[in-house]
Design a protein around this ligand. Structure first.
Ligand code: DLL
Length: 433
C-alpha cells in the first residue's frame, strides 16, 4: 500500500519545487543558527541567497562523520534545547558517537517516513508487528515502533534477544509482521527449527529487515523459512534512523523519501556529483528537520540512484541495495564497529601490543561471532595462566563496554600476527552473506 500518495507519487516538477523551497529554508536556518555551517559556507564564499535551483546544492559544503564528532554533543543543533524531545546516538564510532536530536516535528517526520516504509511492506492496522530491533539509543526499535503505531497496527515492543521468549510471543500473539536485522531473523528461524516450531504454519507473513548488509540469498532463506515476504529497509542515525529508503512490492531498489531526505551520489575521491546509474558514495541532506538538520552528509555507503519509473506507481528515486562502504566499518550483530576503535581500546590496556586481528564468522547459529586476536607483551606472556586469563577477561570487558558488542579474545604470543608492509590487514571477514 502507498501510505502517502500525495508525496510518494508526486510529479517531478512539483517535487523539485517542494525540495527547493525546503532547501532554501534549511540553508538560511543553518547559516543563521549553526556557526559550524556558517563558517563552512563563508569559506566557500556561498550565501543562502545563492541557492536558486535544487542543483545549486552542489555548491554547498559536505558534512562528514568527523565534523559530527568534532561538534559533539550539541554543536550542530539548530534550535533551542527546550524544543528537543528525544535523542538517539549511533553505536560504534571512534572517539565520540554521532548524535541525532529530534524536535516533535522531527519525530513526526520519522513517523511519516517509517509509515511509508512499513506500509510498502504491506503493514496495515490489522497487523501485529513483532519489533525485535533494539530499543534504546539505537534508532531501529523506536523507528519501527513509531511507524507501526502511526499506521494503527498493534506493536509488540520486544527489542532484540531472548529468542525463546520471542518465539513464544510469536506463536501466542499471532504476530503477522517481523522487524529486526536479517541475521537475527535467521537466528530466530534456526532456534525455531531446533524447538520443533514450523514458522510457515504461523501467521507471520512479512518483515522489514535492515541495519546491516544482507544478500538476495539471505532474503530467499528468510522467505522460505518463515513463509513470508522480506523487504530491505535502509537508514542511518545521522539522517533520522530507519525510514530513509525502503523496498516496495517490486523489490527493484529502495525508494528514497526524497521530499524529506535529498539524495546525491558522489565520486568519493573528487566529490563530483554522479549521474543516474553511476556507483559512488551516497550523500543526504535533510530538507525538513529542525533539531539537527544536516547538509550533504557523506554516508560512506556505496550505491547508485535509479530514477526511471517503478511499477508500483511511486515516483521517488530509488537506490540500489548497498554495495558496501568506503571505509572499514564492520556491522556486527547490527552494531557498527570500526577497527580503529578496537586499536584505541587496546592501547589503553596494559600488557597488550597494538597488534591485533579481527576474525568475523557467521557461526552455526547465524549470528556474527568475532574473535579478536591480540598480541601480549613479551614480559606479560608468563606461564601463569591465571595472569593471562585475567588479561583476557579484562580485554573482553573493556571491548564490551566500549563497543557494545561481545568479542572472544584470543591472546597470542608476541610477533605471531602477520605484519604487512603496506596497509595493515586488521580484519578477516569470513561471513558469507
Ligand atoms: O542501522 C538504522 C536502521 C535501523 C536501518 C533499522 C534499518 C533498520 P546506524 O546504526 O546509524 O543506523 O547504522 C547506519 O548501517 O550507514 C549502513 O552502512 C548500514 N545499513 C543500514 N541499513 C542497511 C541495509 C541504522 N538495509 C549504517 N543494508 C548505514 C545494508 C545497511 N546496510
Amino acid at each position: 500500500m502507498i501510505f502517502n500518495p500525495e508525496y510518494e507519487c508526486m510529479g517531478s516538477e512539483a517535487r523539485k519545487k517542494f525540495q527547493l523551497a525546503n532547501l532554501k529554508n534549511l540553508v538560511e536556518t543553518l547559516y543563521a543558527k549553526v556557526p559550524f555551517y556558517r563558517k563552512k559556507m563563508d569559506e566557500r564564499g556561498i550565501l543562502p541567497r545563492d541557492i536558486h535551483s535544487i542543483k545549486d546544492i552542489e555548491k554547498l559544503p559536505f558534512t562528514t562523520k568527523d565534523d559530527l564528532r568534532e561538534n559533539y554533543p550539541h554543536g550542530l543543533r539548530a534550535c533551542p534545547q527546550d524544543r528537543i524531545v528525544e535523542v538517539h546516538i549511533s553505536s560504534g564510532t571512534t572517539g565520540k558517537p554521532v548524535v541525532d536530536e529530534y524536535t516533535i516535528k522531527d519525530i513526526n517526520i520519522w513517523r511519516e517516513s517509517m509509515s511509508r516504509t512499513m506500509a510498502a511492506a504491506g503493514c496495515t492496522r490489522d497487523d501485529i508487528v513483532q519489533n525485535c530491533y533494539g530499543y534504546g539509543l539505537f534508532t531501529g526499535g523506536p523507528g519501527a515502533h513509531y511507524g507501526a503505531l502511526n499506521i494503527g497496527a498493534e506493536v509488540l515492543p520486544m527489542s532484540s534477544g531472548n529468542t525463546a521468549r520471542q518465539l513464544m510471543v510469536m506463536q501466542d500473539f499471532g504476530s503477522t509482521m517481523l522487524t529486526c536485522t536479517p541475521s537475527y531473523a535467521l537466528y530466530m528461524a534456526e532456534e525455531a527449527a531446533d524447538a520443533g516450531i514450523d514458522l510457515r504454519k504461523l501467521p507471520i507473513c512479512k518483515g522489514c529487515f535492515g541495519a546491516e548488509p544482507w544478500s538476495e540469498n539471505m532474503r530467499k532463506e528468510i522467505e522460505a523459512r518463515y513463509g513470508m515476504k522480506a523487504y530491505d529497509i535502509y537508514g542511518l542515525t545521522e539522517i533520522i534512523g530507519p525510514g530513509v529508503s525502503f523496498e516496495c512490492e517490486a523489490q527493484d531498489g529502495l525508494h528514497i523519501n526524497e521530499d524529506l531526505f535529498y539524495p546525491e551520489v558522489i565520486d568519493p575521491e573528487t566529490g563530483k556529483t554522479l549521474g543516474d546509474g553511476e556507483k559512488g558514495e551516497l550523500v543526504f541532506t535533510t530538507l525538513t528537520k529542525e533539531g539537527t538538520p544536516i547538509l550533504r552528509y557523506r554516508t560512506r555507503d556505496i550505491t547508485f540512484l535509479m530514477s526511471e519509473p517503478c511499477s508500483c506507481g511511486r515516483t521517488t528515486v530509488r537506490m540500489h541495495r548497498l554495495f558496501g562502504r568506503t571505509d572499514d566499518m564492520l556491522i556486527i550483530r547490527g552494531v557498527n564497529v570500526f577497527p580503529s576503535q578496537i586499536e584505541q581500546a587496546l592501547i589503553e590496556i596494559e600488557g597488550t601490543e597494538p597488534q591485533y586481528l579481527i576474525v568475523v564468522n557467521r557461526g552455526e547459529s547465524r549470528l556474527d561471532e568475532v574473535e579478536l586476536q591480540v598480541e601480549v607483551k613479551k614480559e606479560f606472556f608468563s606461564d601463569e595462566t591465571r595472569d593471562l586469563e585475567g588479561l583476557r577477561n579484562r580485554i573482553e570487558n573493556v571491548m564490551k563496554s566500549k563497543l557494545q558488542v561481545s568479542l572472544k579474545v584470543k591472546l597470542v604470543e608476541p610477533k605471531t600476527i602477520e605484519r604487512s608492509i603496506g596497509k595493515a590487514k586488521r580484519v578477516v571477514d569470513n561471513r558469507k552473506i
